[in-house]
Design a protein around this ligand. Structure first.
Ligand code: SF4
Length: 256
């Protein structure tokens, strides 16, 4: 898995009999690191009866403490359905506080942030000034941002969605929609620039790079492929945790 640790853990949870390799074991997601099992248990104790909803960008151990997982595409739908099932008007939601805020805004269900300060440093650095500067430079640009951005940036933008939803928004754009201002990690902009050469893409601000995702190199990938028995690079979620973490993922699929 040439991504961050929670992606490799999720691959391990879903494929417990397979070997999952992370070419650079230091490739960790700082946002997932905002939430650990102790914090989840504390929130549960303080808010008995509320369902625990965790973003897939979370550790396996945190997933194991959860009732359901969600993605940035389906969080609104999942929160509506799980709160109905539990008969509550609120859920515990972590670890991204901006996704929690976005989900609460459009589901009408209170999303108690676990923790209040959880955020993705790539998306939360985007400011309204960035939005205004980008619009000034490219007034025709349609602004697409990720739900992990802050509310004032989301509210100003033309479209809020996951990276897949942003990609599809561009794919389905009409011939008069030429320019797009992109508010997410640079990788998506680069991919869309390749896939849609007839369109123009501008980052909403410079250096929107997740350095944690970029820690893998071709040399490291080549090494792990040639040394499959080197356990240093294997990510194996202990079976007891994997079995518990699988349930909220399956619950998400059931509710989707
Ligand atoms: S962009 Fe990087 S820090 Fe942000 S959620 Fe993804 S992996 Fe984590």
């Amino acid at each position: 898995v040439a991504g961050v640790d929670f992606m490799a853990e999720t691959a391990s949870i879903l494929n417990q009999e397979k070997h999952v390799l992370l070419p650079n074991p230091e490739s960790c997601c700082p946002m997932a690191a905002f939430l650990d099992t102790k914090k989840v248990k504390d929130y549960k104790r303080e808010n008995p009866g509320l369902p625990v909803v965790t973003y897939v960008n979370s550790t396996a151990a945190v997933k194991a403490e959860s009732d359901v997982c969600c993605t940035s595409s389906n969080s609104i739908n999942i929160v509506k359905k799980i709160s109905k099932e539990f008969g509550t008007k609120a859920v515990l939601f972590g670890p991204d506080s901006n996704l929690a805020d976005y989900t609460e805004q459009f589901s009408g269900i209170k999303c108690i942030k676990m923790p209040e300060e959880g955020h993705c440093y790539v998306h939360s650095q985007i400011t309204l000034d960035d939005y205004n500067s980008a619009k000034e430079a490219h007034p025709e640009g349609i602004v697409l941002v990720h739900p992990e951005c802050k509310r004032n940036v989301r509210d100003a933008s033309d479209f809020v969605g996951s990276t897949a939803q942003m990609y599809n928004r561009v794919k389905s754009s009409n011939s008069e929609e030429i320019e797009f201002i992109i508010g997410t990690e640079m990788g998506l902009l680069e991919r869309m620039a390749e896939d849609f050469p007839e369109k123009k893409f501008y980052p909403i601000r410079e250096k929107l790079i997740c350095y944690n995702m970029k820690k893998h190199t071709l040399e490291l990938i080549k090494y792990v492929l040639e040394n499959l028995d080197d356990k240093t690079y294997e990510v194996k979620v202990p079976q007891a945790i994997a079995n518990r973490a699988l349930k909220p993922i399956e619950k998400m699929l059931e509710l989707s």
